[in-house]
Structure formats: C-alpha cells, structure tokens
Write a protein that binds this ligand. Sequence first.
Ligand code: C2E
Ligand code: MG
Ligand code: MG
Length: 740
Amino acid sequence: MLKNKNIWKRLFIGAFLCGTLTGILFFYINILDKKLNDEIISALEETSEQSVVILNKEVEGEFTLLTEVAYRLSVRGDFDPKEAVEELQRISQRNSVKRMGIIMPDGQAYTTDNKVLDLRDREFFQDSVQGKRGISGRLQDKDNGEDIVVFSMPIYEGENVCAVVFMTFRLEEIQNLFSVSVFDGEGYTYVIEENGDIVLDTTVSKGLSNYENIYSALKDASVDNREVAHKMKKDLERGESGYIRFHNKIDKYMYYSPLQAKSWYVLNVVPADVMDSTRDFIMFLTYALCTALAGIFAIFILYIIKTEQRKKKELSNILYVDNVTGGYSYARFCAEAQNCLKSTTGNAAYIVMDVDQFKIVNELFGYEKGDTTLCYIWKMWKKHSRENEIYARRIADKFVALWYFNSREELDKRVESFLDALQKSFSDTISEYILKVSLGIYIVKDKNEDTQHMLNYATMAHSSIKGQEDIQYAFYDDDFRAKLLQEKLLRDQMKLALQNEEFTVYYQPRYSVLTKKLVGAEALVRWKKADGSTVMPGSFIPLAEKNGFISHLDKYIFAEVCKKQKEWMNKGKQAVPVSVNLSRRHLYDDSFMEEYRKMVEDTAVPAKYMQLELTESAMFENQEALCQIIDKLHAMGFNILMDDFGTGYSSLMMLKSIPIDVLKLDKSFVDDFDDPKGRKIITSVIELAQALNIEVTAEGVETKEQYEFLRELGCNTIQGFYFAKPMPDEEFEKLLEEPT
Ligand code: C2E
Ligand code: MG
Ligand code: MG
C-alpha cells in the first residue's frame, strides 16, 4: 500500500514537471506564433502601402493630365465643345484611353470617337460640374456596354464651370494600369468602394470573380467569412486600414487601406499559405523541437523514477528478501505476520525452529554446504506450509513460521510430518551428517498481541527442549508455563538451599571390568529439600548453568568430596579417586583452577584422588585453550575425564589432540550395543582409546550382556546400575571398607 502510494506520488511529481514544461513550451509557442503573425501582418501592411502609393500615383497621374487639358481649354474664353473635342482627339491618340470628351452642363457629351452621349446621370459628371474632380467606379459604356472607368475635371470660364472634360478607360486598360504585383504575383489587388462595391478587379481570374460587392463575395465563399466581413465593414466605415483572414477555397489574407481617390480602398489579397509558409515552417520546427524536448524530459523523468524504483527495490530486497533462501527476510516476516494474523479467522501458531549444532555443518562441510542445507530447510517449510501461511529464516539456522490449524491434533500431525520429511531430506542431502531440528510453538491467544512477544513465547518453549535428544518440539502452553514457574521457584531457592546445606553428594562407584573391584566413583549432586523430597540434577543443573549458580554448586561439591576423602583417609579407608563434574562455565574462568588447587591443598588430599569430568561438548569449543587448561590441571595432579563421549560432535581424531586421561563412553553408546553398527562404533572407539593410551569407562551399564561385551572389548572400568547406583556417602563408605 505504502509502495503504491510512493509510486503515485512520484508519478504525480513527474507528471507535474512534464506539465509545467509543456505549459512553458506552450506559452513560448504562443508568443512565437503571435510574433510570427505580427510579422505576416506587417508584411501585408507594407505591401498594401506600396499598392496604395502606386495606385494613388496612377490616379494622380490621370488627374494631372486632365487638369492640364481643362486648363488649356478654359483659357480660350468662348467655349466651343467641337473645337475642344478636336483638341482632345490629339491628346487621346497619345494616351491609351478609349475616348475623351467634353460634357456640357446639360449633360450632353461630345466624344473624341464622335459620339454624342447623354451623361447627365453619371456621378462623376455631377461631381465635376460642381467643380470637383470626378472619378467613376466601374461603369458600363452607354455606347457599346463595355466596362469602363471615367476620370473627369471641370473646365472653368472665369469662376464658373462651363463644361467638363473626361477621359474614359476600358476596364482592362485601367486594370493593367493599376495592376500591382503583390508577393511576386501570388497576391492580387482590388479597389473597392466603402460599401464594398468592387471598383477594380485587377486579377479577375484569381479573385472573387463575378461579384460586384466584396461582402457578398466573402459571404458566398464561406459561411465562416461572415464574422470577418463584419469586422472589415466596421473598419471601412471608420476609414481605417486593417486585415482579415477569410476562406475562399483556401485560406487567404486580405489587407485593406484607404486610397486618396473618393472613398476607395485598396485590397491586397494573398493566399494564406504564401504568408504562412515561413511561419508554419518555423512553427513546425518549434513544435517538433518542443515535442522532442518534452519527450526527452518525460523520458528523463521516467528514467529517474525507474532508477529510484529500482534502487528502492534493491533496498527492499536487501531488507525484505533473505539472501540465503531467497524467501522472506525476518523483517518481512514480522511486517506480514500481523496482517496475516488479522486476516484469518481460525487458530494460528507461531513456530520457531533451529538446527541443533548447525555450526558443525559449516565447520565440517563448509559454508556452501551450510547454505544449501538452509535452502533445503526453507524449501521444506515452503512445501509444508499452506497458502497464506508464512515462514522465513530469522538468522543463521533459525527459522520462524506462522501456521494455521483447526485442532491441536491436526497441528501436532502437521508438525510431526514436517519434522519427518525434514529428517528424511537431511539424510538424503547431507549423508555425511544427520541433523536434528527442534521447534518451539506458541498458539496465538490474542491476535493483537505483539509479534515479538509471541515469538518469544515460542522461543522459550524451544529453549526448554534444546539439547534433549528425544523431544523435537514443545508448546508454550499452560503446562509449560507451570514448568517455567517451577523452574523459577527452583532458581530462587537454589542459593538458600546451598546455605542451608540442602545439597548432598551421592557417589556412584566405578568398577574394574576385569577384576570387578571398586576402582573409583563419581560424585553426583542431590538436592534434599527441607520437605524431604529429592530433586535430581537433571531438573536443576541446566537451570544452575543458565544463571551461573553452577559455579558455587560445583565448588561446594568439590569441597564436600575433598572433605569426605580426607575424612575417609583419616579413617584409614581405602582411597579411590572420585571424579567431580565440572561445568563448562568454569573452564574459561581463570580463578577456578587456583581455588580447586587450594581446596586440595587445604585438605591435604592428593590431587590424584580428585578427578575432574569435562563434558564432550565443552571440549569441542576451543581446543587450543582447553589443551592449555588441561595441561595446567595435569600439572596440579588432577586426572581429566571426558564425560558423555558420543553425545556431542567430537571426532575421534580430537582424542589425539586433547590430553585426557579417561574417556567416559556415554550411556547412549552403551545402549546401542544391540545394534551391529553400534557395536562397531564402540569397538573402534575403545580400540582408538587404547592405541592412544586413554583409559575407557563405560557409563550406564545396566545388563550383564553389556558388561560382557565391554569386557571382551577391553573396556577398563564400568559405572552403571549393573554394579551400583549412586548412593549416599555412608553407603559408599561401606564399599570402601571391603577388602581390596
Ligand atoms: P553424568 O556426569 O554423566 O552422570 C552420570 C549420570 O548417569 C548420573 O545421573 C547417574 O545417576 C546416571 N547413571 C549412571 N549409571 C546409570 C545406569 O546404569 N542407568 C541409568 N539410567 N543412569 C545411570 P544423575 O546423577 O541424575 O546426574 C545427571 C547429570 O547431572 C550428570 O551426568 C552430570 O552431568 C550432572 N551432574 C550431577 N552432579 C553434578 C555436579 O555436582 N556438578 C555438575 N556440573 N553436574 C552434575
Ligand atoms: Mg559425569
Ligand atoms: Mg556422563
């Protein structure tokens, strides 16, 4: 959810930046477009001004000629139209006019082509008769109906107009005369009157032909022109110049500016593409560049987002993916567990698991094999977990899982089948070494409880069975809680019990295999509580080891045995070595050796009668340091026994490097004697010990068969119920009295 939110946030920022850039580009394009449009208009304006100048000049030219003629005719005094026409005939031959003529004030016109026409109704005549110069629009010749344009000028007789002189041009001629090349011939020109009537159409074929009025022509060309025609009309009414863009088959520009003559306007029309081509090209280039720029920018932003996402993914992979198994990391497991738990309605259980002594795999077979094994375990979790159930490697060889179940029986079955399959997979994959795993399970009571707390409960259940061969999983339940309470009680009572001398020493005799005679004993602690009950070491030694109380207890037992040995010696009893168990916690404590040495010294018991038992697992830890400690103990005169040989993971080769005196074969070894393979192992261990000159003691010998088997192998001594159980000192003392 958080991930999605981040993506949207980034995309939004990316889109915003792209949008801003597009906005800026759009703004720029708009300005550029406007600027280019202005350029077009000023080009049109310039061209139009040139046309105006040319046309004004042409018109002025004609009027100048007429003014001169009128002047010449007026000075004659008595005005005779026939004479005047004769004069005009000479002039008209020089100029390319259709005709010239004189109009008398009554409108009767005498022309150079010998026509007599009634021109009373002509506007130009009416203007000139009133003393103004006249110019017609496009007219039809009264003689032959040709399109013509007429210029006229009053002839004065004194102050009064006595006649009007006029000059008639064929429309084509005037058109040629007025024709102005616009935009290299691409454009054309009209002269119109204010009301839109076309006076001159210089390029009939190209323009709005066959129309007499420009507005009607515009309106008919396209409905879209209505608005622009309206604008033009308004401008013309105000006598202003301006431009419109209209449509007549193609888009065109029309620029209009007033002429001097009458209220005429010159119109310059240019196809829009002629004007627009440069602008369009620039705009096209600009659009292309901007699109490319926006595209590159968008790609860049996407690239940044992608890179960012990839980095995040890599980071979350580091955080959320376990580097060994490729599955969930512990962090991911914890993050998901709470949600998974809330989304299920059934029962759920947290499971923690680890492989006993997994570091041995790494040390013996290498880290690669270790990793492969962890992957196997993870795959087994995968195979045995259902949909929605989650599992992960927590750290090293520790795994966690969240499983669902309907009934406790069902969960038990699943756990057992998982453990069986795992065991099988171990023997298939790591044939060199059989691994054992153990689980702690916590059945979730309150789904809202903190995940870590629940995992801790499972871990507590798991710790309670650590190192116990026969138990592979334990639940944190009411029984477990009661046990924890009991343990806590024991832990709390231990210290007081030591002060109250509730701990006593039992002695388990050791016998020579050959002679069946007493050759020694092991001191084993018993807790005799005030209420008369006896607590066996199995119940409190592990607790005492955990809380460190074992140091006090071991020293106490050692001191007690020393005292007892001294007492027996004083009583003249047979002296046999008594071995005392030494917790591994002492080994690396510098002061312990000194204290033990002092105890034997104080009681004057020869150190050879005080032996020390070290467990095999203690031996494995730091061989070099251990050898030094053993050397020192030897120097003090103590003999060292390796206890529980066969339960740990020591290799036989270890016997070569650690200078022990006695090897105590563990009961589990001895129990295996029924099995041919077991016998073989016992045989080789004893043979090796003999070769290394190490004495062998078999623990837990209970039957005659076991005894005989061990005797055949040449085992030196035996400690087991077959001969005697651990016993109080008084009882053991009696054994010492027996004749040797
Ligand atoms: P351990 O040192 O291996 O002692 C031998 C254990 O095997 C004793 O159990 C003994 O009663 C038992 N045993 C001997 N022969 C037989 C047999 O034939 N059959 C059976 N079933 N059991 C036999 P115990 O006295 O309950 O002591 C258990 C363990 O507690 C000891 O194993 C030792 O590791 C530890 N322990 C006992 N006393 C002390 C002590 O004073 N200090 C320390 N650090 N550990 C002690
Ligand atoms: Mg022992
Ligand atoms: Mg033992």
